[in-house]
Ligand binder design. Structure first.
Ligand code: ZN
Length: 342
């Protein structure tokens, strides 16, 4: 197969991306080296999926398929091999390779390809994120999904999420208003892409820091085969619900957006650290001084690691914490779904 559109050379850099990083980017929760199978069509109840970091490969023992990072993305997202390669290039900033087609490339280390000079110019842009959110009013499907997770309308309104239904039209509007370079610098669009990095239909969650919209994360709605969670490209992730720290003496630290919403609905103040973050930013450490701090880890290996890292970091700064273990459910939202709202 030699379709002209597909670059056959230079796949070494794509294949060099650590498969655990790819799994993380797809929103797969890996416990050790196993996970629930992420492949489309397999509703896995017990982890059937193995990752072999040393070989950079994966395998589902039930589906009897797997392979490289490229195969992982293709099966998990239901896209072609070339679609999976394009997705990986865009997620891991490798897409500048399109600049010299036809030239056989030597394999280059991933670190070399990360384009730090470009990443350093990327910074949050509150005006652009606000305009995006204005284009994305929360729709019925998103409300129904959130309600199915047992969130009340009051909770939903408090966190001000929106729904992205058409990223082509949204991209066009934002480019007309701000220009393409500004969107690239805001981490919303990659240099080679023709649309913003979030894939519809998705719920868009705004992250406010000191009242300013500092980050956006998208959660795929059912029927969307893209990664479950997608973030901005190259923008550092603030904690979710940051500004609650000014309002409450007791702060619960948990993983991610839905856990924060669940704890909020239980009448408590929570901030969320996003997947893989194991250190709190300086401004958050400062806000946490003189607070009662509770860490609520998910009941899995990732949750335990997060709790230990955060506890150690807070202790080094002279802040003591209490780790609250969930009595039921794998995470706070599951617990909320079992017990129902208070
Ligand atoms: Zn499977």
């Amino acid at each position: 197969m030699t379709r002209p559109g597909i670059r056959r050379q230079g796949l070494d850099d794509v294949k060099a991306i650590p498969i655990l990083e790819v799994a993380k980017a797809l929103g797969i929760r890996v416990k050790g080296t196993s996970a629930l199978c992420p492949f489309l069509g397999h509703e896995d109840q017990n982890p059937s999926f193995s990752i072999y970091p040393a070989d950079n490969r994966c395998w589902c023992h039930r589906c009897a398929k797997g392979g490289s990072s490229i195969d992982l993305v293709a099966y998990a997202q239901g896209v072609s091999v070339s679609g999976a390669i394009a997705w990986l290039r865009s997620q891991f900033y490798l897409d500048n390779q399109t600049s010299s087609p036809g030239i056989l490339r030597k394999s280059v280390s991933l670190a070399h390809q990360a384009r730090p000079e470009s990443a350093s110019t990327i910074k949050p842009n509150s005006d652009i994120y606000t305009a995006l959110l204005e284009q994305c009013p929360l729709d019925e499907a998103a409300t129904a999904y959130l309600t199915s997770r047992k969130f009340t309308l009051e909770t939903i309104r408090y966190f001000k999420p929106g729904t992205l239904t058409n990223n082509v039209a949204t991209t066009r509007i934002l480019i007309a208003r701000f220009g393409r370079p500004a969107l690239v610098q805001a981490g919303l669009i990659s240099e080679k892409a023709n649309r913003i990095c979030f894939i519809p239909p998705a719920i868009i969650f705004p992250f406010y820091v000191q009242g300013c919209l500092a980050y956006i994360q998208a959660r795929a709605l059912p029927g969307n085969s893209a990664a479950r969670w997608l973030g901005l490209r190259g923008v550092s992730k603030p904690v979710y619900n940051h500004d609650v720290m000014r309002k409450s003496r007791s702060i619960y630290i948990c993983e991610g957006v839905t856990d924060v919403m669940s704890i909020h609905q239980m009448g408590l103040a929570a901030i969320g650290v996003l997947g893989g973050t194991t250190a709190l930013p300086k401004d958050v450490m400062k806000e946490l001084r003189a607070k009662d701090i509770y860490i609520v880890p998910d009941r899995d290996a990732v949750g335990e690691t997060m709790a230990q890292h955060l506890k150690a970091q807070l202790q080094r700064a002279g802040l003591s914490t209490v780790t609250k273990r969930l009595d039921m459910g794998g995470d706070v939202n599951e617990r909320l779904m079992m017990r129902g709202p208070r």
